[in-house]
Structure formats: C-alpha cells, structure tokens
Design a protein around this ligand. Structure first.
Ligand code: NAD
Length: 358
C-alpha cells in the first residue's frame, strides 16, 4: 500500500519515516493536525506484522489525538508515533536516543509521550536528545503517571452523566460496573467508593480483582458476566471494542462512560446503544484526563492546574450532550462536531499572526 493511498482523505499534514540501521530503529511519526498547536501523542512500540499495519495504526491514532485534544480544550494538535518491533528484544539506549533525534528533527511540531510498549524510562532517554517529550517522572519536574488524572476525568464525566440521566451529580448509591481494574480502573473504583457509589468489577488479573474486593468492597464477577450486571453505569476501562453487536443487547445500565480507547467495535454500534435508550459518553471526551495532564507538563507542571483542567471534562461532556440534543445526532457524532468546530474556529484565528510570530 502506498503512503498517499493510506493517508487517503484523512487530511494528515505530514508523515515522517525514520531509521537508524545500527540499532534497528524503524519509526513512523504521523502529524494529523497542528491547527491548534503542536501535535501531541504517545509512541507505541509494537511488533506490527508488517509496515502497512504500522502505518494504518499511526494514521488512525494520530487523527484520534486531534479530536481528543480539541474536545479537551487544549492548544494542541494531534500526532502519534510507532516504533516497529518487539520492545522486549529490540529496545536499547541507542535505539531510543536515535528515535529522540528523529523527533527533534521536527523542531517541536510533534511532542511525544508514553503509550503501549514505551515506558517513563524511555521518555527520560528521549529527553536527552530533544525537549519535545512529555510524561517525564514527577521527580524530574514532569507529570508522572497520567492514570490518576484519567480516573479523575472519568469521575467528572460520570457526574455529567448523572446530571443528564438522574438530574443529580451525586454518585452516592449509584452502581457502577467497571470492566478492568488496572491503573485507571482501580483508581476509579477508589474514587467511586469515596463518593459513596457501589462497584461491580471484573479483570483478567485475579490479584487485581481480589485487591478491589478487599480494599473497596467491590463485587467481583466473571469476565463475560460483567455485561449482564444490573447497574446505573457500565464503565469500560480495559480494552477497546468491548461494545459490539453481541454485548450491547445484554447491557442493563442507563449510561456508558469509561476510560478505554475506541470502545465501539464498529461505527454502527453507537446506533445500537442509542436504540436501547442508553446514554453514551464518547470515550475520547471521557478519557482526556491523561492527555490534559501531559499537556500541562509542556508549560511547567502543576498538579492544581492539571486537576482544574481535568475537572472541565464535566463541562465538555455536558456541551457534547447539549449538541447531540440540539442537532438531533448521537453523542459520538456530537463529540466529533464539537472538536471539529473548535479546530475550525481557533485554527482560523491563528492565521492572524501576532507581531514577530513565525
Ligand atoms: P492497564 O493495562 O493498567 O489496565 C487494564 C486492565 O484491564 C488490566 O488490569 C488487565 O488485566 C485488564 N483486562 C485485560 N483484559 C481484560 C478483559 N478481557 N476483561 C476485563 N479486564 C481485562 O491500562 P490502563 O492504563 O488502566 O488503561 C485502561 C484503558 O484506558 C485502556 O484502554 C487505555 O488505552 C485507556 N486509557 C488510559 C489512560 C491512562 O492514563 N492510563 C489514558 C487514556 C486512555
């Protein structure tokens, strides 16, 4: 597949291929949009079966970052990078630093961060070659692990859902089924418990299930059983594509809001959810806490500022629900419209250069 064919009509600005033969680095950086600011998005280090698969993934993910940052109200565009190979065998200091130099060559048009297969230690190595990296350890002036802020953002989203469905932001007494109690899901369960909600949980890791049951009194259920649980909100916090033709008819909830990326298996699944009268909170609006936290780091990290910005997910999601009602569209379409409207309006504002601006 040719690169231009793969890009198609998705309006990416630039796709950069980088190599370092000595370390075996093969990387693709996709800049989808810089209309609102530098393209920010993590680096995925993954053993893709072939280059086409890597290219398709980086193009898809970078576009998703444009929408996520725009909907979060950030002055950031969307980008993403992939390193092709198995991190367990290919990772070396030379490779990561060579990758840092590829990022540096973009002069700040792309800012990287952690993603699947990369670690905070990789970010520290990248920072030795370029300033265009975020998600450094807290002790080094960075923002540290974004997961707690992502969980905080899901809580803000759950309050917006509560306001819409039950006319109250109070989560006390609500039953929330959390699919996946990993870094985000476990912190979400902690926050829900503190807010007086009940949690029903599942996870592929029995130790995580036992911890949540003992520490927060969560009710554990089987991996497949979670779809049949009677609850107020179903919260996907594990893998993507768990909302599909098989699972949606089984759900017994009033709303869906969780941290997982790409929750809908296909474009038609949102209609299945709407048809069941379930309110869907679009994933890229709900799970923006992590990117907001990383964005705050790019101009000097402060947890207070990060938290205040993450809490605005309540307002962003409420505006998405308003747009959906006003325009007579589903929340997923409304969220995309909300993000694109901001890119259009603010992106065009930036055409007017300030004195001295490059
Ligand atoms: P994680 O790997 O720490 O947690 C995922 C959990 O899901 C693990 O405990 C795993 O055992 C469990 N799991 C795996 N398969 C499962 C299954 N079939 N059913 C139930 N549980 C299963 O990841 P995380 O950082 O907590 O992220 C969770 C989701 O949120 C991911 O989709 C991620 O892309 C998304 N997300 C995370 C962040 C963040 O800040 N960490 C930000 C935005 C989006």
């Amino acid at each position: 597949m040719g690169v231009f064919e793969a890009i198609g009509t998705e309006t990416h600005e630039e796709v950069l291929f980088g190599v370092d033969h000595e370390s075996g680095l093969r990387t693709i950086i996709a800049i989808h949009s810089t209309a609102l600011g530098p393209a920010l998005g993590g680096t995925r280090f993954f053993p893709y079966p072939d280059e086409d698969a890597a290219l398709r993934d980086v193009l898809r993910l970078s576009k998703g970052m444009t929408l996520k940052s725009a909907a979060a109200g950030l002055d950031l565009g969307g980008g993403k990078a992939v390193i092709i190979g198995d991190p367990a065998t290919l990772r070396s200091e030379r490779l990561i630093r060579a990758y840092g130099r590829v990022i540096d060559s973009l002069g700040g048009r792309y800012i990287t961060a952690e993603d699947v297969g990369t670690t905070v230690d990789d970010m520290v190595l990248i920072a030795r070659e370029t300033p265009w990296v975020s998600g450094l350890p807290y002790a080094q002036g960075g923002s540290g692990d974004p997961s707690p802020e992502t969980a905080r953002g899901v809580m803000a989203a759950l309050r917006a859902v509560g306001d819409r469905v039950w006319g109250s932001t109070d989560l006390a007494g609500r039953r929330v089924a959390v699919q996946g109690v990993g870094k985000v899901g476990m912190d979400l369960v902690r926050r829900l418990t503190e807010a007086g909600a009940e949690t029903i949980i599942t996870d592929a890791n029995p130790d995580a299930m036992a911890f949540a049951a003992e520490t927060y009194g969560s009710e554990p259920v089987g991996l497949d059983e979670i779809y049949d649980v009677e609850c107020d909100v179903f919260s996907p916090c594990a893998l993507g594509a768990t909302l599909n033709a098989d699972t949606i008819p089984r759900l017994r909830c009033s709303a869906i809001a969780g941290s997982a990326n790409n929750q809908l298996a296909t474009d038609t699944d949102i209609e299945r959810i709407v048809a069941r009268g379930i309110l869907y909170a679009p994933d890229f609006v709900v799970n923006a806490g992590g990117v907001i936290n990383i964005a705050v780091e790019t101009d000097g990290y402060s947890i207070e500022r990060a938290e205040a910005m993450v809490d605005r997910i309540y307002d962003n999601l409420s505006e998405v629900f308003d747009t959906a009602e006003r325009d007579g569209v589903n929340p997923d379409v409304a969220a995309t419209r909300f993000a694109l409207r901001r890119i259009d309006q603010i992106g065009r504002l930036r055409v007017k250069r300030r004195p001295g601006e490059q």
